[in-house]
Design a protein around this ligand. Sequence first.
Ligand code: FUB
Length: 348
Amino acid sequence: MLSKLLSGFLLLISVAANAQEKGTLHKRPISQPLVKDIFTADPSAHVFNGKIYIYPSHDINAGIPENDLGDHFAMKDYHILSMDSIGGKVTDHGVALDIKNIPWAGRQLWAPDAAYKNGTYYLYFPLKDKKDVFRIGVATGKTPVGPFTAEKEPIKGSFSIDPCVFKDKDGSYYLYFGGIWGGQLQKWTTGNYDPDGKLRTPNENAILPRVAKLSGDMKSFAETPKEITILDAKGNRFLEADNDKRFFEASWMHRYNGKYYFSYSTGDTHKIVYATGDSPYGPFTYQGVVLNPVEGWTNHHSIVAFKGKWYLFYHDTQLSGKTHLRNVKVTELKYRKDGSIIPIDPYF
Ligand code: FUB
């Protein structure tokens, strides 16, 4: 009897180990999709008028084969979501901006962000222009959910993807952006677009994200975009080979206890990590992981305070199991007394 029990137990262990090796062991997510009737990703959350507004990508199945440049992420519009409370009802406000109404549009509306200033809401979005070069556009609206009207041209001097707009304590706004691989940042090393721009080799310094202060009208850069220096604890820059810590895409900026927290995705190692500094321009010193890998290739997030707590918005592919059909989620984020973020594991 005892030997039967023991062999059953050993069989269970070997099945579980096998499943884990193949990645098929069922993982229980710590949170559930916020909406289930459309696919959403890259959630940039903000609090406007006491409510949470989420500015996500709207994933669709465009039938384009998957490749490393992300051609299958062929999104065509934005829907904005809102909620009065975390865990409460989530409202999908319908189409806020459609690619067909953006005069300079080529293809692929990727991860957006939004800001409010003097009675106007601004939606920032990455989109390939008619020459297939990613630029960052801006659209304006009178409400947080639009409809938004796009400017006739992208922001002059903008390039690459994943805009994050941050309002500093003095009322200045900064736009953080950039993404390598399909996000094309490697094609801007010289400051001009180089269609043959290559990724760095493993021993070269990693490519850095960019930041530019926005002008008073929020529709242009007040300065030439600068590189954001991210250093390790010894003050050294990361190499391309440090791909569990170096920048890939998905910038986010927030302030906590007087420090600036710059967080981003490491891309092919699938983490959200963060670095802290004393100025919105950096330099930032690497601190650690915010979010461990989620199901699906991409990892993208935002961090926002609401009613006395901090929250991490993120996505995974729980509903579809497909890399390009994602669903946004939220979970609480906690700091230790020393200001470090307690890393979040998205599955039990
Ligand atoms: O949604 C398209 C792209 O996938 C985003 O721009 C990246 O950050 C990644 O999440």
